[in-house]
Structure formats: C-alpha cells, structure tokens
Design a protein around this ligand. Sequence first.
Ligand code: FMN
Ligand code: EPS
Length: 392
Amino acid sequence: MLRLLTAGESHGPVLTAIVEGFPAGVVVDKEAIDAQLRRRQSTYGRGGRMKIERDCVEILSGVRKGITLGSPITLQIRNRDWENWIEVMSPDPEQIVEEKETAKAVTRPRPGHADLAGGMKYRQQDLRNVLERASARETAVRVAAGTLGRLLLDSLGCWIFSHVVQIGSAAAPAYGPDVDYTDLAEAAARSPVGCADGRAAAAMMAEIDAAREREDTLGGVFEVVCIGLPPGIGSYVHWDRRLDARLAAAVMGIPSVKGVEIGLGFRGAGIEGSGYHDPIYYADGRGFFRKTNNAGGLEGGVTNGEPLVLRAAVKPIPTLGKPLASVDIGTKRETAAAVERSDVCIVPAAAVVAEAMVAWVLADAVIEKFGGDTLEEIRRGWKEYLAYLESI
Ligand SMILES: Cc1cc2nc3c(=O)[nH]c(=O)nc-3n(C[C@H](O)[C@H](O)[C@H](O)COP(=O)(O)O)c2cc1C
Ligand SMILES: C=C(O[C@@H]1CC(C(=O)O)=C[C@@H](OP(=O)(O)O)[C@H]1O)C(=O)O
C-alpha cells in the first residue's frame, strides 16, 4: 500500500512529502518531476505568487544513484517567498516582527475559503493560522509525489494526460469515440489553458482576461485520461477498494474541486441503459473490447481495459478583488472579506495536480494487484497477467 503524507505552510520555508510503500528499482528522473512542477505553475490565469516561485524538487531519502530503494522517499520543495515572510511565519518567536503589515491578524474571512470554518474548528483569532495550510500551495508537493506514481506507470507502458474542457462559459466541443488521444494530449499540452481546441482555448483566455479586469474569478471543468491499463485494476469487493471511489477521493481532495465524474458521469444520468452502456465485442488478437466508452474505463470499481476517463468541476477562486460581504471575527461587524494577491483561474493548474493524484491512485492499485517490493516483480506479474488475458 502506498502512503503519502505532506507538511508545510504556504509561506513557510518548505513543503515536504514522505512517500511510503513505493517499490525498489524505479528510475527517478528529477527533471521529470520538475517538468510537472513547471506545468502546474505556468498555466494561464495565475497570479503574482507564481512569478516568485521556481518550484523544483529535492530528493532527500529513499533514492540512491537515481533509483528507488524501497525505503521511505522524502521530497522537498522550497518556498522562495519564505524570505518575505520569515518575520511573520517563523516558528521561532524571536524572529517575529509584530509591526510588519503582513503580521497583522487576518480577521475578515473570505467566503469560499477555509478561513471561517477553519478558524472556528481550531479556535483561531488570526485566520492566517488557517489559510497557510488550507492554501493550495501544498499541491506542488502532491504533484512531486504523484509523479513518482507516473514514473512507475510509465515503465509499464501507461500514460496519463489531461485537458481543460470548460472555463467560465467557454467550452471545448465534445469529442466522439473515435478521438485520437495522442492528438488531444499534444494539442492540450501546447495550450496555455490546457485546452485542445484552439478556438475554445482563445475564448477561455478571453474570459480569464475579462474576469481579471472585473476583479472576479472563474472555475471550470477538466478531464484526465489514462491509457494502457489492463482490465482488472481496482476491486468490486468492498466500498473502499473500488477504484472509482479512490479516484474520486483523491481528485476531490484538490482544493476547489467540487465534483468528480467517471465516464459520462452526471451527463449520463438522463440517458436510458440501452444508450448508456458500452456493448461488448470480441476479436481474435484483440480480445474483448468496446466501441464506445461511456463507462470511462471502469465497471464495478474495476478497470475494463478501455481508457480511464475522469472529469472534475472546479469552483471559482474565493479571493476576490472586489470582495463579498463578510463579518470581522473580532468586532462581529459587517465588513468586506479580506483581499490578497490571488490567482484568477486555476482550472488548468488543478488539471495538472489531478493527473498526479490519478497517477498516485493508479500506481497504488497496480502495486496492490501485482505486488511488490520491486518494479521487477510488478513487471513480471503484469506480463504474466497480460499473457493470461490473451489466452482466454
Ligand atoms: C493550484 C491552485 C491555486 C489556487 N490559488 C488560489 C488563490 O490564489 N486564491 C484563492 O483564494 N484560492 C486559490 N485556490 C483555491 C483555494 O485553495 C480553495 O478554494 C480553498 O482551499 C477552499 O476550497 P474547498 O472548498 O474546495 O476546500 C487555489 C486552488 C488551487 C488548486
Ligand atoms: C502558491 C500557490 O498557490 C496559492 C494558493 C492560494 C490559496 O489560497 O489556495 C493562494 C495564493 O497564494 P498567495 O497568497 O501566496 O499568493 C496562490 O498563489 C501555488 O499553487 O503554488
């Protein structure tokens, strides 16, 4: 079983992840992790913080000579912004300078962020003590950890990509069952908003520009696809072992994700069974296959050999330049919510985080099926299982 723990505040010195249960023998290319970190940072619609940070991973344990050892892996990303926050955020009270503007207590909770609910939960009068950890800054180190899962899947011939299908009211056209996923992935990778359709991408960017101008924010929808998984990954035998449940939890755990669907998901709720389910075919040399993929590659919590397709709805960013009504938690007077430097739209960035989390869950499920202390054992089990599938 894979385990992941992260630590770190948004404006603290570092973000750390400890990964446990990762097999030995996986080649870890630091540059592959850094490339994913850059993708998360560089999407259209982000704010001033991303001009400060240059995320790159430091690997502090569990890897020797570029290869995993089977021991816990420690990953670290430094916050460059820490320099500007030492006198506000230091764990050492001697270093704190109360007179600094940013050291003032945050008392005007932003609707949509964790500020008020978190402040009540942890009995805080300064909501900075909440927002520092509630911040999605932490998703950087999730991307680093998830990329380990991606490297494991890569070595088995599986690949994962994402594309943005909606931002605000701008939406990409629907694609059919004969879609070329390689083309879709390449076009999405070239787009600053991660959208494969050029015209829709331009409309999305225009909506982001207009929202920025109005000092407002936008949400949207992204899709993650994994190709190359054999049938039989995941389980139907218990609620918490179903792969759909595990994927939904991992993607829902990304701040601002408010809905997750597999295959047609909500869009399929009004369709009759005869139009929804994917008829089963068989051909020599190909085995069992489908001509449609409304199930999104999952039936009964188990992969069915078709591409795994997951979508998520992302709410608009809570920090608004023209803030909504709020109440000061000290005075209890009506006031405008706090305004901070902020992103305008993070749908493309959330898609990168979701790829990493999907990779993490799938790597975990692959390890579960094929066992293993080592990549070699997983590979052997994988090959033997594919041979079995070919034989039936
Ligand atoms: C990559 C990323 C960047 C984000 N940047 C901001 C931001 O700059 N300002 C903000 O208010 N919220 C931002 N958010 C959203 C908040 O973190 C999120 O709305 C908040 O944690 C509450 O989300 P929840 O209700 O889904 O838990 C960001 C989210 C992600 C995934
Ligand atoms: C730092 C990141 O995202 C941050 C997530 C975030 C929030 O409230 O979630 C608020 C902003 O932080 P700041 O207040 O420092 O500008 C974002 O920049 C990141 O994604 O690396």
